[in-house]
Design a protein around this ligand. Structure first.
Ligand code: ZN
Ligand code: ZN
Length: 458
């Protein structure tokens, strides 16, 4: 009888499990030891200090890959390698915004990733104000000709970060929509929740064949300043935003493994992204995520060979458009992924665990919920979707687990110059490692069938 079928039958009948499952690690001891972890901090500190910002497909990201290969090899992982891929390269230039006329003053902006350029001479135009993204969508075709669109909207800090989806539309789609209506440029209120004079960058997506227009975010104080000026009368601004598209360049995924004893049981994929935006040093987004997943995998590796192979993916080029996640899926989609998970929401405490698991894994789910409870983590009701870099693997049928972090202050820092190491609380970072080590020890050693939930087409 096939081992997996035997295991499923044993689990269903509550029979004693085969020897490898009985030698599974002492999860409670592993979890409690991880609360003293220093490795996640060491990785995050090293990456953010020795490399700094890691804009996708630039020489900085290439140095980060070299650093990562050395680090993961030194930690004792197997099959450490870079899987390169090509992508369009975008780099920031100068960025200046000023109000003209009687209230002449400078405002603080940051170009959005994939923004077009004003050219060295800049552009001048009247501001057309849209209080919400929906208002911009409703503007008549051609109505913005030669003008500068300004989209505002509010965003409330929440523990689950759920406002990022709807609020972020102004950044992700707003510029392309403004361009189709004839705008010369667009400013948005930062997709963020802090009142520092730090604009939040982030990627924007252009519709097919749409020529990029200059697109930038105002810090929240500057966006509200502009709103007050607009209440007093028409506002004309001059923008000088000079980023460049540099053609195709190389990025890459860094991969490392803990080989399992039962290759047929599938891979447990754990991910973060190695690239960052260029304003800060990418500590919370997403150096900490890379530190957390690697530190947890090392703890599980060090207590004995797991049943399933644990594969660490430090994805390249997530920020400008999930190029690393797409390259990983293209290269590995025909491998059996039992489960995928990603850490990419800062370094604050995990408070909830969400699942996408088959019914056969219910006993494992219950063991996991019980083991996570002492860390202040409870069972969620949402289906797990993974982070951006593993979403395709989960959508194709792999099981998924989301260890949800507290995002209350995430959007104060996200994509700003303030995303730096000092914002990470070491105690909360350790709690993340404990949660991930607990999850990995249980999932990588579980006797139950986990995934794929739907077998991918050959
Ligand atoms: Zn991220
Ligand atoms: Zn990000």
């Amino acid at each position: 009888m096939h081992k997996r079928i035997l295991l499923a039958a044993a689990a269903a009948l509550a029979l004693p499990l085969p020897a490898f499952a009985q030698t599974a690690p002492d999860v409670a001891a592993l979890r409690d030891a991880a609360l003293k972890d220093d490795l996640a901090w060491e990785i995050t500190e090293g990456l953010t200090t020795e490399i700094g910002q890691r804009l996708a497909a630039t020489e900085a990201e290439a140095r980060a890959r070299d650093w990562s290969v050395k680090k993961l090899t030194a930690l004792g992982f197997s099959n450490v390698r870079v899987e390169p891929f090509n992508m369009p390269v975008w780099v920031r230039g100068e960025e200046k915004a000023e109000v003209l006329g009687g209230s002449a003053q400078k405002l603080t902006i940051a170009a959005l990733g994939n923004s077009g350029s004003t050219g060295a001479k800049g552009v001048e135009g009247e501001i057309v104000y849209f209080p919400t993204f929906a208002d911009l969508q409703a503007a008549p075709e051609g109505s913005l000709k030669g003008q500068i669109a300004f989209v505002s909207h509010s965003m409330t800090p929440t523990q689950d970060g759920s406002q990022y989806g709807p609020s972020g539309a102004a950044r992700r789609q707003g510029p392309s929509i403004a361009a189709t209506k004839g705008a010369a440029a667009i400013l948005i209120r930062s997709i963020g929740t802090d009142y520092h004079r730090n604009p939040h960058t982030g990627g924007t997506n252009w519709a097919k064949d749409q020529k990029p227009i200059p697109a930038a975010a105002l810090s929240l104080p500057d966006a509200e300043q502009l709103e007050r000026l607009l209440k007093r009368g028409p506002v004309t601004m001059r923008l000088r935003i000079t980023p460049e598209f540099k053609g195709q360049g190389e990025s890459g995924n860094v991969i490392a493994e803990v080989p399992g004893s039962d290759p047929a049981a599938g891979i447990v994929l754990i991910a973060c992204h190695l690239d960052s935006w260029d304003l800060g040093t990418g500590a919370i987004d997403d150096g900490a995520g890379c530190g957390i997943v690697a530190a947890a995998a090392k703890r599980v590796m060090d207590v004995g060979q797991p049943r399933r192979t644990i594969r660490i993916l430090w994805a390249g080029a997530e920020e400008p458009g999930v190029f690393g996640g797409a390259a990983y899926f293209a290269a590995h989609k025909n491998e059996r992924h039992a489960l995928a998970a990603e850490s990419d929401f800062g370094a604050d405490r995990v408070w909830r665990v969400d699942y996408k698991l088959p019914a056969s894994a219910k006993p494992m789910e219950d063991r996991l919920v019980a083991a996570l409870a002492p860390l202040g983590i409870s069972r969620g009701r949402e289906p797990a979707g993974g982070g951006a870099d593993v979403a395709a693997v989960i959508a194709a049928g792999s099981a998924g687990i989301d260890l949800q972090q507290n995002g209350t202050r995430y959007f104060d820092l996200h994509h700003t110059p303030d995303d730096t190491l000092d914002k990470i609380d070491p105690a909360q970072l350790r709690q993340n490692v404990a949660a991930w080590a607990t999850m990995l020890a249980i999932v990588a050693n579980a006797a139950e069938e986990i995934g794929p939930i739907v077998t991918p087409a050959p």
